[in-house]
Design a protein around this ligand. Structure first.
Ligand code: NAD
Ligand code: UFG
Length: 341
């Protein structure tokens, strides 16, 4: 079985990807320092897959530690999720973001080169497109000046990987540009664990419906969209996880190769559509009100997904309603088990 290093494999997208790797016959090896995750996710993965996860607890920016992992395991490839991801925090603490998000990538690439591990899937984001000139956004759309240090770490990381591929003909890498990942595993055994008050729409919605938050504030309804609220491309986290497996399979045997691929559904939904859809699938009435615009929000963005279909043979299988139903099930399971963190 091919062993795949999954940095940040205990996190939200990483844990779902670990499940899909097992489902496809890979053997994931997780490296995580649990700075934004909980060890309980490991028992969730075991409950779904029956596998005891191989875990190295430590920091990806620690070169000696990472070298030990590479020495210990014979790896066929790596998926690099480990990063900080709070846009607002990155504005307040840019060094923290550059150190972790860029530092971890540099150490990983160094180890991959030293140990001749040649396949890499990198977690990028549609944030690299900023406010797009055209919709849907294709991979050929220009990269806009980053609006936050977080967004800049994704742009720089893509460039670093492209430079490495150019210099080192062995490396084959793809940066997946995620749109808005939401939902949870349909088993409700793993899902998102936002620390404190969530910034993202769907965790805020589910926590509000669960009575943890008083009301959802819709950030502006005066945008130039059909109902006045922002439009995003919400992708079920299990579909996103499967895209990583397809990407690894696509990279196998390639060398000196770099590309970027959007991962979304191809459909945009407004904030009000998400709320209506959530109320329908959950049977809950969501307390909400219209508030001010949130600074930095892009009016609308959704993916052109033809490249993912053409190159990877991947496309989203779940609907928005599926994702919201699974997010709600996960919220209920969390409340039943331990309450939200
Ligand atoms: P997450 O915070 O749930 O997972 C990240 C994991 O990495 C956590 O388990 C954390 O403990 C770990 N980690 C962070 N720094 C580490 C380090 N130095 N060493 C070891 N472990 C470390 O985040 P997520 O939502 O699963 O995101 C995964 C990746 O996808 C990130 O790179 C993020 O920037 C990117 N991304 C996320 C979204 C989103 O909306 N969730 C959108 C676009 C891109
Ligand atoms: N929103 C509200 N109320 C809330 C939270 C969000 O109305 O309480 C709205 C936002 O204004 C936006 C939409 O819901 O229109 C989605 O907001 P999110 O914060 O869930 O997601 P973003 O599109 O702002 O950003 C997310 C991640 C970024 C990532 C980006 C693209 O947070 O890290 O997707 O992948 F870069």
């Amino acid at each position: 079985m091919k062993k795949i290093l999954v940095t940040g494999g205990a996190g939200y997208i990483g844990s779902h990807t670990v499940v899909e790797l097992y489902n496809s016959g890979f053997e994931p090896v997780i490296v995580d320092n649990f700075c934004n995750s909980d060890k309980k996710v490991l028992s969730g993965i075991k409950a779904i897959t029956g596998h005891e996860v191989t875990l190295y607890e430590g920091d990806c920016t620690d070169k000696a530690f990472m070298q030990q992992v590479f020495k210990q395991e014979t790896l066929a490839g790596a998926i690099h999720f480990a990063a900080y991801k709070a846009v607002g925090e990155s504005v307040a603490q840019p060094l923290k973001y550059y150190q972790n998000n860029i530092g971890s990538l540099l150490v990983l690439l160094d180890c991959m080169q030293a140990f001749a591990v040649n396949n890499l899937v990198f977690s990028s984001s549609c944030t690299v497109y900023g406010t797009p000139d055209q919709l849907p956004v294709t991979e050929k759309s220009p990269i806009k000046k980053a609006e936050s240090p977080y967004g800049y770490t994704k742009q720089v990381a893509e460039q670093i990987i492209a430079d490495m591929v150019r210099s080192n003909s062995g490396l084959a890498a793809i940066a997946l540009r995620y749109f808005n990942p939401i939902g949870a595993h349909p088993s409700a055994k793993i899902g998102e664990l936002p620390l404190g008050v969530p910034n993202n729409l769907v965790p805020f919605v589910t926590q509000t419906a669960a009575g943890i938050r008083k009301e959802l504030v819709v950030f502006g309804n005066d945008y130039n969209t059909p109902d006045g609220t922002n439009i995003r491309d919400y992708i079920h986290v299990v579909d996103l996880a499967k895209a990583h497996v397809k990407t690894l399979q696509y990279l196998a045997g390639k060398s000196g190769f770099y590309d970027v691929i959007n991962v979304g559904t191809g459909t945009g939904n407004s904030v009000l559509e998400v709320i209506a859809s959530f109320e329908k699938v959950s049977g809950q009435n969501l307390p909400c009100r219209i508030g001010n615009r949130r600074p930095g929000d892009v009016e609308q963005v959704y993916a052109a997904v033809e490249k993912a279909t053409r190159e990877l043979g991947w496309q989203a299988g779940y609907t928005l309603e599926d994702a919201l139903r699974d997010a709600w099930r996960w919220q209920l399971a969390l409340a039943g088990k331990e309450g939200a963190r």
